[in-house]
Every structure is written in structure tokens, then in C-alpha cells.
Design a protein around this ligand. Structure first.
Ligand code: HEM
Length: 393
């Protein structure tokens, strides 16, 4: 009971679940995204069922899986996310060996070293703006490990900001910059170049032939865009959470199982990716809404993760929640390919914060909300200034 009291906290009375009412009413919220009315599927079971039915809810829709759609910020179809089987399965299989790297103990040790360096630097400087000067560099440097690239490569990626398309005024210019970088890297990559990601792309074979340039660019585009703001918001929110609940950090940080549970609970509660789109190839009934052929629906992971028919007391963060069938990493055939990387980073963050810091004090916090006409949802921080102190001697 004592441990439970330390580990359970009401999420945040100022940011209630914006989907609760519609989810309880009929499970669907029709929301306006840049002029497109999209029914959001809200209940846990309905979201999971839709995610596993790719014939009815298809991802074979270049630029239209993200919401709002991304025709204006990139030129190629992202793979494997914007494809259905068999194309999806073939590309996913090609990428699996890379994305499984974080499951190796030596990889975890390298992530630990990276996180430890970053925390020690924060303690040395005292006060740090966590979003841009901690979470963003950590995400980019950790990506160099996943992609087998030198850590110096991260310096250019850090310059792209929190979101490769939307962080700044001109999403199209940012998207073009990412495209140029990737095309340049693909053009100079050699099949004999070694273990780095771009050389690996040139060695991959699909139906017996090398990948086309657009296929390589589409894979790389997703790798750079996909796990970026999601990781950055998670890192920032975990640091803020433990600054306010230090006793909980001390209670879990020695036990890898407790840390793993805590990471799942943070992904459930934060739900860094609110939702994702699918296209209905034929007219489809979604709750009370009839979706016309070729129109879109949203699978709302964030709402599913607050479904009170699945999660006992969903508005409370219970760091020891288990089982925790959250959909923060998606569900079905497109479930997050980067989840092992995300888990490795977030687990290491908790472990190293517990071991290498004393008091963490929030000096200033500016929350970042996802604001749409029909809902407003807290996703992370646009800025978070924290004073890091070292552990007591
Ligand atoms: C906390 C961090 C993360 C969250 C919450 C998250 C969430 C998600 C979700 C919900 C999906 C499902 C999309 C769909 O159903 O269409 C997904 C897919 C994907 N994610 Fe993540 N993600 C995270 C981190 C990452 C990272 C670090 C990477 C790569 C470095 C990554 C790469 C991908 C890829 C490649 C897919 C597509 C998989 C497929 O289509 O088969 N993600 N992610």
C-alpha cells in the first residue's frame, strides 16, 4: 500500500481527457482538420479492431496517413507506414533487423552511456531548457546509434528542431530541407559502405531488385520524421513528472521491471501520437457516421488509452500499472517499428535520472497543446526549464 501511494498520481486536473464525452456517447468525434471533416474512432476496442482491419481501413494512401495530410511538406510516400500488405510486409521485413538493434544488451549499454553523459552535463550546467537542450539532442544522438552513424551526424539533425515539418513557419521549406539531406545521403551511399543506415538501404532487395531512390527516400523520411517529437515530448514530460514526484523515481529506479512498467504508463498517459489516419476504400459505417469511399477516419490512440472500460481509473498515472494494454505505440501490422528504440531511451532516462540526479526543480514550464476546433490536448512542452542537482554525497 505504501508503494502504491508513492506511485499513483492524478494526471492533471487542468488537462482533462478531451475525448471522454464523445467516447462515452457513441464512440466517435467528427473533427475538422484543415477543412477536412474526419470521424475519430475513440473507444479502445473499436480502435484496435480498425487497426487490425487493413482492408477496410487502409494505409495505402501516400501523404494521407498523417492528419493533417502531408502533400505539401514532402514529395515521396513514407514506407512502410503508407502501404498495405503485401508491400507493407515486404518493407517492414527489410527494416526489422535495424529496428531490433535496441533489444541487444550492448546497445542498451551505449544508450545508457549517452543518457548518462547528457544528465551529467545538465547537472554540471545547473539549469537547462530541457526540450531543446536535452530532449532534442538526446533523441538525435540516440538515432545515430540506431542507424549506425557517427555521433557527429546528430549535430545537423538537431538543427532541424522538434518537428521536421511543423516546427517553424514554413513546413514546405523544412520538408524540402529534409528531402535534400536524405537524397544527398542516398546518392553518396555505397553497398560496400558498411553498417550505416544509408549503405544498408542500397543493399536491400525488393522482389529481387534494388530499392528505387524514392523507396529509399520514403523509408528514411519516416525514420527521421516518425520518432522525433514523440520521443522529445515523452522525455520532457517524464523529467517534469519526476521533478514533481521525486519519491516515485527513487521507489522505482533500482528495479528494471518497475521501470519498464512506468515507461508503458507514461506512453499510455502521454500518448505522444494522438492519432493517425486510415482511408476507407469503400463506404464504411463508423459508429453513427457513414464514411464515403476514399474518405478518411482517425484511429485515436490517445482516447483509446483513456478508455475507462479497459483501464481502471485511467485519469491516474499508476507507475506500476500491469497489465497495461495501451495503444500508444499503435496496434496491428503497423505497430510502432521504433518502439524498442523508444523504450530503450525512456527506460534508460528513468534509470539514469534516479542514479545521477538529486533534486530536480522546475523553474519555468510552457505547455504545448494540440489545438483543433473540436478538441485541445496537452502533448508536451514548448519549453521546460529545470534545475538539475547531483545526487547527495
Ligand atoms: C514514444 C515514442 C513513439 C511513439 C508514441 C510512436 C507511435 C507510433 C504509432 C502509434 C505508430 C502506428 C502508426 C499507424 O498505425 O499507422 C507508429 C509507427 C511507426 N513508428 Fe513510432 N512511435 C514512437 C517512436 C518511434 C521511433 C523512435 C521511431 C524510429 C526511430 C519510430 C518509427 C516508426 C515507424 C517506422 C512506424 C511505421 C511502422 C509500420 O508502418 O509498420 N517510432 N509509431
Amino acid at each position: 500500500m505504501a508503494a502504491y501511494a508513492t506511485l499513483a498520481f492524478v494526471v492533471d486536473p487542468e488537462s482533462p481527457d478531451p475525448f471522454a464525452e464523445a467516447r462515452r456517447r457513441d464512440g466517435v468525434l467528427v473533427a475538422d482538420f484543415a477543412g477536412e471533416a474526419i470521424p475519430m474512432i475513440l473507444g479502445h476496442r473499436a480502435v484496435r479492431a480498425a487497426a487490425s482491419d487493413w482492408q477496410q481501413f487502409s494505409s495505402d494512401a501516400p501523404f494521407r496517413v498523417p492528419i493533417p495530410s502531408e502533400e505539401h511538406v514532402r514529395t515521396v510516400r513514407q514506407l512502410p507506414i503508407e502501404a498495405d500488405p503485401p508491400l507493407h510486409s515486404a518493407f517492414r521485413a527489410l527494416l526489422n533487423p535495424i529496428f531490433r538493434r535496441p533489444l541487444q544488451p550492448d546497445y542498451v549499454a551505449r544508450i545508457d552511456a549517452l543518457v548518462a553523459d547528457q544528465i551529467d552535463a545538465a547537472v554540471a550546467s545547473g539549469t537547462v531548457e530541457v526540450v531543446r537542450d536535452f530532449a532534442l539532442p538526446l533523441q538525435s544522438r540516440a538515432l545515430t546509434l540506431l542507424l549506425g552513424m557517427p555521433e557527429t551526424a546528430a549535430e545537423e539533425w538537431i538543427g532541424w528542431g522538434i518537428h521536421v515539418f511543423h516546427d517553424g513557419d514554413d513546413g514546405a521549406a523544412k520538408g524540402a530541407g529534409l528531402d535534400d539531406y536524405i537524397r544527398h545521403m542516398v546518392a553518396r551511399a555505397q553497398p560496400s559502405g558498411g553498417d550505416d543506415f544509408f549503405s544498408a538501404l542500397t543493399r536491400m532487395r525488393f522482389e529481387g531488385r534494388p530499392l528505387t531512390t524514392d523507396e529509399m527516400v520514403g523509408i528514411a523520411n519516416l525514420v527521421f520524421a516518425g520518432g522525433r517529437d514523440t520521443i522529445i515530448h515523452s522525455v520532457s514530460r517524464i523529467i517534469a513528472y519526476f521533478a514533481e514526484h521525486r519519491a516515485a523515481l527513487d521507489a522505482i529506479c533500482q528495479d528494471s521491471k518497475q521501470i519498464a512498467f512506468a515507461v508503458e504508463e507514461f506512453v499510455r498517459v502521454i500518448s505522444p501520437l494522438t492519432h493517425i489516419g486510415r482511408v476507407c476504400p469503400v463506404a464504411t459505417e463508423v459508429g453513427p457516421v457513414m464514411v464515403a469511399a476514399n474518405d478518411r477516419v482517425s484511429l485515436c490512440w490517445a482516447s483509446a488509452n483513456q478508455d475507462e472500460t479497459v483501464f481502471d481509473d485511467p485519469g491516474t498515472i499508476r507507475l506500476d500499472r500491469a497489465p497495461n494494454p495501451h495503444l500508444g505505440f499503435g496496434s496491428g501490422i503497423h505497430n510502432c517499428l521504433g518502439s524498442a528504440q523508444a523504450r530503450a531511451i525512456l527506460r534508460s532516462l528513468i534509470r539514469q535520472l534516479g542514479a545521477r540526479t538529486g533534486a530536480l526543480t522546475i523553474i519555468d514550464a510552457e505547455r504545448q497543446f494540440e489545438v483543433m476546433p473540436q478538441y485541445r490536448r496537452w502533448v508536451g512542452y514548448s519549453a521546460l526549464t529545470v534545475r538539475f542537482e547531483g545526487p547527495m554525497a
